[in-house]
Design a protein around this ligand. Structure first.
Ligand code: 9MR
Length: 382
């Protein structure tokens, strides 16, 4: 698509309306500064999600100079928080709208940062566009299901495969009980397994150079045994069937939700988490941390104590994860507390703003930032 404008694209007679494609320059490599420099010294990379917003909006966006300064200081890789999801890209079955995503990619590439694609398919009905949940799969449901999902993955791969080095091909298809979720689309395929295999094979063909990831809300939090077992069974199945999935994305939305001390939480969670990571890497999968943040609901309001516990808990988690040299990319789910999804999704009982990511609402680094610095410094090279 190099040099092809949106108008030329449309004139080229594609069966689908694909908006938002400007000519793209080749990606450059960001000069490593801040956390990304510490990561790079170990063969790793640090990054964050970010958003699209109108110029100057008070958002976690490249268009907010204060937020962009954080991205440019610390990040070598970026991922759109919402703008590459079906709900953002696909107003209906025949239209793609890449306008916002395209702006984000232009920014990332102008700054020499790599881009991840989140996500080619989020298999939760409440996260799928309504038109897809209500879709009429007609007389030959498997065929029309392959057309719908295939068009999406092929279009994203065709236009952005050379620009997105890593795709979350499927996000969250394993339930809390460890079963594969179902939807109208998976039923049309004749089952979730057939749909997952098709998604990864199609992504490999459409974007042969990109890393293909299964992403889920993995972390060391307790009470996840059935869920983790379900993920392991699915990953085993991929290997047996030759499904081209390269890596497991550990979302890593960790949190302290009780009065337990950091020490006792770590002691209770480390063994099972290492056991899980041993199994995943033992099957030959790479790892990424894709959406790191720390929910501080269970911690006292006192900011000094709260930030200390968040940082200590995070450092223990990062040390374990970084000890696996299969893990190279580490992305936070936002750089500044002010814009974290958790402020709205999971407010604290005392109504104090949450402090889940690396910079506070005044754009100052917190102890969590130092925890990342120290974790990268302590990590074995890869
Ligand atoms: O942070 C995202 C929030 O702004 C969106 O409203 C929400 C639904 O699209 O998704 C949030 O990001 C999620 C990510 O896409 C997948 N893993 C869990 C993240 C937090 O819910």
């Amino acid at each position: 698509m190099t040099g092809m404008t949106r108008r030329e694209m449309l004139a080229a007679g594609t069966a689908l309306a694909v908006n938002g494609l400007a000519g793209k320059a080749a990606a450059q490599t960001a000069p490593a500064t801040g956390l990304n420099a510490l990561a790079a010294a170990k063969g790793m990379r640090f990054g964050s999600c970010f958003a699209w917003a109108p110029a100057g909006a008070d958002r976690g966006s490249f268009a907010n100079p204060a937020y962009a300064a954080l991205l440019e200081r610390d990040c070598g890789v970026l991922v759109p928080e919402n703008e590459f999801k079906w709900q953002a890209l696909r107003p209906d079955a025949t239209t793609f709208n890449f306008d916002r995503f395209s702006d984000m990619l232009d920014y990332a590439e102008a700054k020499g940062m790599a881009m991840r694609g989140h996500t080619l398919f989020w298999h939760k009905t409440e996260r799928m566009p309504r038109w897809l949940n209500d879709y009429d799969f007609g007389a030959d449901p498997p065929k029309s299901a392959r057309t719908v999902l295939g068009q999406h993955i092929r279009t994203a791969g065709k236009y952005f495969g050379d620009h997105i080095y890593s795709f979350d091909v499927v996000n969250e298809t394993v339930s809390e009980q460890g079963a594969l979720r179902e939807s109208a689309l998976s039923r049309a395929f004749g089952g979730t397994e057939a749909m997952l295999d098709f998604a990864f094979h199609t992504a490999r063909t459409a974007a042969p150079k990109s890393q293909l990831v299964y992403n889920d809300y993995m972390s060391w939090e307790p009470g996840n045994d059935a869920f983790r077992t379900g993920v392991l069974r699915m990953l085993e199945g991929f290997k047996k069937r030759g499904v081209p999935c390269d890596a497991l994305g550990l979302q890593s939305h960790i949190g302290i939700r009780s009065n337990d001390s950091v020490k006792s939480l770590v002691a209770g969670q480390e063994r099972a988490w290492r056991g899980f990571l041993d199994e995943v890497t033992g099957m030959g999968y790479q790892l990424l941390i894709t959406e790191f943040d720390v929910n501080d609901r269970g911690l006292p309001a006192d900011i000094e104590k709260r930030d200390r516990a968040v940082a200590d808990y995070a450092k223990a988690y990062l040390d374990i994860c970084f000890s696996y040299t299969q893990l190279k990319d580490v992305l936070a789910w936002g750089m500044c507390d002010k814009y974290s999804w958790l402020q709205g999704f999971s407010p604290r009982g005392d109504k104090q703003p949450m402090r889940p990511v690396l910079y506070d609402a005044g754009f100052k680094p917190k102890p969590l930032y130092a925890a990342f610095e120290n974790a990268f410094k302590a990590a074995p090279g890869r």
